[in-house]
Ligand binder design. Sequence first.
Ligand SMILES: *Cc1c(COP(=O)(O)O)cnc(C)c1O
Length: 383
Amino acid sequence: MRFRTKQIHAGVVPDAETGAILTPIYQATTFVQPSVDEYMKTGYSYSRSGNPTVRALEDRLTALENGVDTAAFSSGMAAINAVFMTFLNAGAHVVISDVAYGGTYRLSQSVYTRFGVEVTYADTSDNDAVAAAIRDDTALILTETPANPTLKLTDIAAVSAIAKAHRIPHAVDNTFLTPYYQQALELGADIAIHSTTKYLDGHNATIGGAVITAREEDAEAVRFIQNATGTIMSPMVAWITLQGTKTLSERMDGQSDNAMQIARFLEDHPAVDRVVYPGLESFAQHDLASQQASGYGAMVWFELPGGVDAGKTVMSSLKLWTLAENLGSVESLATHPVTMTHAAVPASERDRLGITDGLVRLSVGLEDVEDLIEDLAQALASA
Ligand SMILES: *Cc1c(COP(=O)(O)O)cnc(C)c1O
């Protein structure tokens, strides 16, 4: 099956008893066992260990990412935490992209170091820097590409090859492009991670996460952590996310088209210093973007010369764009990372990573692009 067919059908069959075309929300804790001899005959016993609605979403994501299994979680952070718990023992070393989701930085830096885990935040856009960061005790490489918020790219195939040569698992946070545009496992990664909160749901309705594995032994290990920690996705969230995935390709294409037009508009705007979007020829890694993904996504950022004050003025002048921390939904959102998503990252660290005071991050939605551009134009006039 091809992608669009899978995003609608994979994981779901009509309900055997009623013919319901959608997998019901199995809102139940307990599954009655037919007999002592047939324990777990249905595959279900207790919803922390497995639930049919959650399983339907897990099977769909496995099909979309071309993996062997998926474990769904209560959030994207719970998914990342499960990957850490699966591969990191006390004292282990992990290499993480230096530009990454703020929560990934917080979890690794403020929680895992308490257990003696040592973290190297490496510039994973530079293959040599990845190789140089690897130590004898490195147990995991976690990359995020495109990275939040600067959109810096990691060459998934190249880093996977380095990881394989050292027998280290490579996990890719594939939230920004989704399997529709970026097949992380096909490119060589061992694990794909998602905040399903973003494009997979796509409607600002749920918080969820998923870990898709390429190897059976990893699948089992991640499932063990899912059950052991209990950080599971709820049946309701899985059901809503299942509906979201059906239009993933259409939303991604529509939002990315809008993003390209907005990036070009901003590029020509005199009040804007710099525009960064992987689809622009001016993007530093434009060739890699075209080569490892089939689309450029719907995240754009631009820089205002006036720093924090200009950022705040423009943000508060927007009318249609919503000032909010989320991304990936059909509603267009604008974020000021320095005061919002990346406030937890120390200022010195932000400077080094290029997260400047005047940086405005846009998550482009599915509205009429003319309306989005008109609103940006009137807000920029105030800068
Ligand atoms: C949002 C996000 C996360 C965290 O996901 P939650 O669902 O908010 O816990 C992780 N990685 C990336 C790239 C994200 O955008």
